[in-house]
Unconditional design. Structure first.
Length: 188
C-alpha cells in the first residue's frame, strides 16, 4: 500500500509543489476503494514514507523505498519554499479534520469508535507535519498549542491498550511519541 502510494506521488510531486492546489488526486490509486488516501499532500507523503520505513523491507522493495525517499528529499530541497507552504496548508486542513473527528465523538461516540484506527492516521500525519515546521515560524507556536489542546481532548476519552495497526509497524511508531496509537477511545 505505502509503496504504491509513494510510486504515484513521487511521479508528480514537483508538479504538485509548483501548483496552487492544496491536494491533488492521484490518478493511479484514486479509483481503488482499498486506499484511504488517494490524494497527494505533503502530510500523506510523509506518513506513507514513515509507514514504509517501519516495515522490514528487503531487496528490491527496500531499494524502491530508498529511491522514493531520495526523490522526495530532492523535491523538498529544490522547492523548499513551496514545500513549506504546502506543509502549512496541510497542517491547517489536518488539524480541522482531526478536531472534527473528536467533535463527532462528543456528538455520537458509537458512530466513530470503530473508525478510530483509521482516523488516528490524521494525528500521525499532524506529527509528521509539525516535525517539518521551522520552530521560528510564527505559526509554529499557535499550531503546537492547538495540537496540545486536541491531545488533551483525546486523552480525556482515551484508554491505553494494544497497538491499533498491524503489529509489524510498531517498531516505527514508539509508544512514548505515538501514544495515541496504543489504545482506543472509550464508548462512554
Amino acid at each position: 500500500m505505502e509503496l504504491n502510494y509513494l510510486y504515484e506521488a513521487v511521479r508528480v510531486l514537483d508538479q504538485y509543489l509548483e501548483s496552487k492546489e492544496a491536494a491533488w488526486p492521484l490518478q493511479g490509486i484514486a479509483r481503488e476503494p482499498a486506499y484511504a488516501f488517494s490524494t497527494l499532500t505533503i502530510g500523506v507523503v510523509l506518513f506513507m514514507l514513515k509507514r514504509s520505513k517501519a516495515r522490514l523491507l528487503t531487496g528490491e522493495l527496500a531499494d524502491e523505498r530508498g529511491d522514493y525517499e531520495t526523490r522526495i528529499f530532492q523535491s523538498k530541497i529544490h522547492n523548499e519554499r513551496a514545500w513549506m507552504k504546502k506543509v502549512g496548508q496541510d497542517l491547517g486542513n489536518r488539524t480541522r479534520q482531526w478536531g472534527t473527528f473528536l467533535d463527532d465523538y462528543r456528538t455520537d461516540p458509537l458512530a466513530v469508535i470503530n473508525s478510530y484506527p483509521t482516523h488516528v492516521s490524521q494525528r500521525v500525519i499532524l506529527q509528521a507535519l509539525m516535525d517539518e515546521q521551522d520552530p521560528g515560524n510564527l505559526l509554529a507556536a499557535p499550531l503546537q498549542f492547538m495540537l496540545q489542546t486536541l491531545d488533551a481532548a483525546l486523552k480525556a476519552i482515551f484508554t491505553p491498550g494494544d497497538f491499533v495497526w498491524e503489529p509489524e509497524l510498531m517498531a516505527g511508531f514508539r509508544e512514548d511519541t505515538y501514544w495515541y496509537l496504543y489504545g482506543s477511545i472509550k464508548s462512554k
